[in-house]
Design a protein around this ligand. Structure first.
Ligand code: UDP
Ligand code: MG
Length: 324
């Protein structure tokens, strides 16, 4: 038998927002999936401001299950920060991040662990298929990965989510990255280390509705792009240069027509107004885009804590054994 003191520990971080119908099934399926693994399991649930009974259920369950830990954040900070809170509090040898809605099947974790034991430090799960999601979401997701790929110099593998295993070394490295607008799967690639993929079939949500409406996904996509790429700013300059060149050509033509009497100078009201509106629009758009980067600078410069923990409940073992 393996000596308990030398057994490695895996912390499974589960961020959740109002998932009371899914969490009991998650606990059951996680325990079953990890039952015959040589590592010890800790389930680190992060309550991202839930208002349903999920946190209460977990707090009750933690009274007689030392493997269950519950971190309750002071409010809803968003999925990416909930993951961060979980990783900051995990002191295991490796951390697995998984959604609470069972779209990422816990049964895939042993496959991730197998790769980790081979020496990989980040094992990410790539979706071979995604059932039960709208065609719009699938289309937007796949377009996003392609656009992100072409814009940033960080290679985030396509069709990955946050479902992945991260070794202690990488958890520590990510712990030093404290930016507020975070795109965890981008950062996990950016830190480097030995990475590999494991394919899986993404299941439909077990119960409840998505907590990521299209606007929240769009916000995450925008955060991802602005925090990893300055391309939009370069495009803005490109548009500026193209419009200025057009303006110079037009001005040359107007001067020439005045000098050589090709055309009366009064007609042209329509083209003038059109140009004015077009240039005004482009100007505002570029200013807005610049503003996006400046506002991100402003928010990052405040260096506020990323989240606050209201309560940390550690599971206890009724038999009196020390907790995991
Ligand atoms: N989630 C969270 N905070 C939020 C939104 C979502 O912790 O503000 C959790 C949610 O409970 C789930 C995971 O993040 O465990 C992924 O969210 P969801 O399944 O709703 O997103 P989708 O899979 O539809 O993109
Ligand atoms: Mg989901």
């Amino acid at each position: 038998m393996t000596d308990n003191s030398t057994r490695k520990q895996i912390a499974v971080v589960v961020p959740f927002l109002n998932e009371e119908e899914n969490i009991p099934v998650m606990v059951e399926r996680l325990s079953a999936a990890m039952a015959d693994q040589p590592e010890d399991l800790v389930m680190l649930f992060v309550d991202d401001g839930s208002t349903d009974g999920s946190a209460r259920w977990l707090a009750d369950k933690a009274r007689d299950d030392a493997r269950i830990h519950l971190i309750r954040l002071s409010r809803n900070f968003g999925h990416q920060l909930a993951i961060t809170a979980g990783m900051d509090h995990a002191d295991a040898d490796a951390v697995v991040i998984i959604d609470a809605d069972l779209q990422d099947p816990p049964e895939v974790i042993p496959d991730l662990l197998a790769k980790w034991r081979e020496g990989f430090e980040v094992v990410y799960a790539v979706r071979k298929s995604r059932e039960g999601e709208s065609w719009l979401k699938k289309f937007l997701a796949s377009s996003f990965y392609r656009i992100f790929h072409s814009m940033s110099n960080v290679e985030v593998p396509m069709d990955t989510g946050d479902f992945r295993l991260i070794d202690r070394k990488v958890v520590d490295a990510l712990g030093d990255v404290r930016e507020l607008h975070r795109f965890m799967r981008g950062l996990t690639c950016w830190v480097g280390f030995r990475q590999c993929a494991v394919e899986y079939q993404r299941a439909p949500r077990h119960a409840g509705t998505t907590k990521y409406p299209v606007w929240k996904s769009a916000k995450l996509a925008w955060d991802a792009i602005t925090s990893f790429s300055g391309s939009p700013l370069r495009w803005m300059m490109g548009v500026g240069v193209a419009v200025s060149l057009g303006g110079i050509l037009l001005a040359a033509r107007l001067v020439a027509s005045k000098l050589f009497g090709w055309q009366e100078s009064v007609p042209g009201w329509t083209s003038q107004v059109t140009l004015m509106l077009l240039l005004g629009g482009i100007n505002l758009m570029c200013l807005g885009l610049l503003g996006q980067y400046v506002s991100r600078l402003f928010e990052e410069s405040k260096k506020r804590p990323l989240y606050f923990v209201r309560e940390y409940i550690r599971g206890s073992d009724p038999s009196g054994k020390p907790e995991a």
